[in-house]
Design a protein around this ligand. Structure first.
Ligand code: ADP
Ligand code: UDP
Length: 238
């Protein structure tokens, strides 16, 4: 597989074309950002860890019958993915109060929610990814009612599989963000990444943060913690 032209440079990845029309190469970068890019640092080793963590998680989901854009790992920092037409949506699923949810509703962090709470954000850096509801999604033609229903169904299935997976490795899945796209043949699938950059992961025993909140909140070095997540995934019994 040959790496061709650079198509997009994002905050955490570079996307390249390949010699296959429907296949892209995602290169995971050592860049960490928070506050929509206002806080930005190079962190040696992060790209490699997120590439591998995402790979292990997409492989686990595939074994559970959940498809994603993931094809295979190509190198320590690169993976091949199916090219999709992305929905301009960030889909957040929450199991436990934290982050913007806790802030918005004046709640403490760490309170179990009665059911998984799904939220949509409009993926638009210039607007700071605003919170949007189903009517907005339809009015802005981001997705149709049918597409929204399919995305919600898949997001909740993905949540159930991830909660179970992380439990096996002693991690409480607090919340996460995922993105979806449509393949050339019209199938809606999970795309982008699932990593400690995009999930809140707390150790089940100690409630220690095993995710990007360490960077966002200046709590220390993320690398040992990301290494710990990858190690636990590698040792997980399927
Ligand atoms: P951001 O755009 O938020 O800065 P990244 O640095 O992760 O994010 O860049 C990766 C970009 O590639 C994202 O905008 C994501 O929506 C897009 N993307 C991820 N997977 C695919 C795919 N399979 N096909 C097309 N675009 C993708
Ligand atoms: N998240 C993300 N990218 C974003 C915003 C949020 O991956 O641009 C993830 C974040 O890691 C957390 C979940 O989505 O796991 C919910 O984040 P929240 O809305 O609480 O936002 P925060 O206050 O952390 O920015």
């Amino acid at each position: 597989m040959e790496r061709k032209e650079l198509l997009y440079t994002g905050k955490a990845k570079k996307m390249y074309a390949t010699d296959q029309e429907n296949v892209l190469l995602a290169e995971y970068l050592n860049q960490a950002t928070a506050l929509n890019g206002v806080k930005k640092d190079a962190i040696e080793g992060k790209g490699r860890l997120n590439n591998q963590i995402t790979g292990r998680i997409f492989e686990y989901l595939a074994a559970k019958g959940i498809s994603s854009h993931y094809i295979q790992e190509l190198s320590e920092t690169e993976q091949l993915v199916k090219k999709v037409d992305m929905y301009a949506l960030e889909v957040v699923v929450r199991n436990v109060s934290a982050g913007s949810f806790a802030k918005r509703f004046g709640m403490e962090e760490g309170i179990d929610l009665p059911f998984p709470v799904l939220e949509f954000y409009y993926k638009n850096d210039a607007l700071n990814d605003p919170f949007i509801n189903d009517a907005h999604v339809k009015a802005l033609a981001v997705a149709s009612d049918e597409e929204v229903a399919e995305i919600k169904k898949q997001a909740l299935e993905i949540n159930a599989a991830l909660v179970e997976m992380f439990k096996k490795i002693g991690i409480r899945l607090i919340d996460f963000k995922i993105e979806f796209g449509k393949t050339a043949d019209g199938k809606i699938i999970l795309a982008d990444e699932i990593s400690p950059d995009t999930c809140r992961l707390w150790d089940i025993e100690t409630n220690e943060h095993l995710d990007k909140d360490i960077y966002r909140r200046d709590l220390g070095d993320i690398i040992p913690v990301y290494v710990e997540v990858l190690d636990r995934l590698n040792k997980m019994s399927k």
